[in-house]
Design a protein around this ligand. Structure first.
Ligand SMILES: C[S@@+](CC[C@H](N)C(=O)[O-])C[C@H]1O[C@@H](n2cnc3c(N)ncnc32)[C@H](O)[C@@H]1O
Length: 285
């Protein structure tokens, strides 16, 4: 029987929920310590069994929400969400209520308020301006704290409870927590596609060839130390190839696995043969 996966309550852009089975197939069977170096909405962390979990992301706003989840029971969190939605009259249709609540968040900066705000925002995105003020627009007629997000939060809460979170650039992570046989999963921004979190315009540094090469150097060193890794990435996109990635995995004889992604509304794009995104997973064992 297919394993049932838990969906993160974040609806995080670029999350790996839909391809979880395909990537987990190549993860080690038994993991003592696992690091999710670019954890985003933590979909991979909460669906991977390990003795100890570390999860890191440069976006400390998101990490602060997870840390806040850990400080309260699931019931307390849900009660706070329900009360806040009621007090601020948040709904799928009231743009003014959203704007007022966004101002309120940007003044108080409470992580749970950011979670609620994100639930009513356009495409559930964490977008900030240069001054780290949340500036994502209202998700009119589309976004709200849905029954499935509530159920996801309840299920994910248990899994998040023991995770050790850090928020910083991946180069600053303490890789000393990993010993021989442990496992690191890396799902960085993809150099040749654009996500709103890697353009460097959201108050965080962008993703360039420099970061790309630094990450591969770290993964090569981990491999030498007997640590297993899996790297998600995009090798080809709209006719462009990530040559740095191609060269690196070939030089080291790592294993490449194709990941099938079904994009919704892709009929138009499918007609153009250059509009192909080749998602892959690279593993060292
Ligand atoms: C593709 S997303 C990860 C999605 C995640 N696997 C999931 O399932 O939700 C990439 C993540 O890398 C983070 N990121 C970008 N630059 C980073 C950096 N220099 N160091 C650490 N994290 C970074 C972004 O904030 C984003 O959350």
């Amino acid at each position: 029987m297919e394993k049932e996966y838990i969906k993160s309550p974040m609806n995080y852009i670029g999350n790996k929920y839909r391809v979880m089975g395909q990537i987990q197939k190549w993860f080690p069977r038994s993991i003592d310590t696992m690091v999710d170096l670019f954890c985003g909405g933590c979909d991979v962390t909460i669906n991977t069994d390990a003795g100890v979990h570390y999860a890191n992301d440069i976006n400390y706003h998101v990490i602060d929400i997870f840390r806040e989840f850990q400080k309260h029971s699931a019931d307390e969190i849900l009660a706070y969400i329900d009360e806040t939605i009621e007090r601020w009259h948040l709904s799928r249709t009231d743009a003014e209520a959203y704007r007022l609540f966004r101002d309120h968040y940007n003044t108080g900066k409470k992580p749970l308020d950011l979670y609620i705000l994100m639930c009513f925002s356009f495409n559930y995105q964490f977008r900030f301006n240069e001054n780290h003020a949340y500036n994502n627009p209202f998700g009119k007629d589309r976004s709200s704290f849905t029954a499935s997000m509530r159920a996801n939060l309840l299920k994910a809460w248990d899994k998040l409870a023991g995770v050790q979170f850090t928020s910083g650039p991946f180069q600053c992570f303490d890789f000393g927590v990993l010993k021989q046989g442990d496992f690191l999963y890396a799902d960085p921004p993809y150099l040749i596609t654009c996500g709103s979190y890697n353009d460097g315009k959201r108050g965080f540094t962008g993703w360039t060839e420099k970061e790309e090469r630094e990450l591969y150097d770290i993964l090569t060193d981990l491999d030498k130390a007997g640590i297993r890794f899996a790297l998600s990435n995009v090798l080809e996109h709209n006719g462009e190839t990530n040559e740095i990635l191609l060269q690196w995995y070939k030089d080291h004889h790592y294993h490449l696995h194709q990941i099938q992604v079904s994009y919704q509304n892709s009929n138009y794009h499918a007609k153009k043969s250059t509009n192909v995104t080749k998602e892959i997973l690279i593993t060292n064992a």
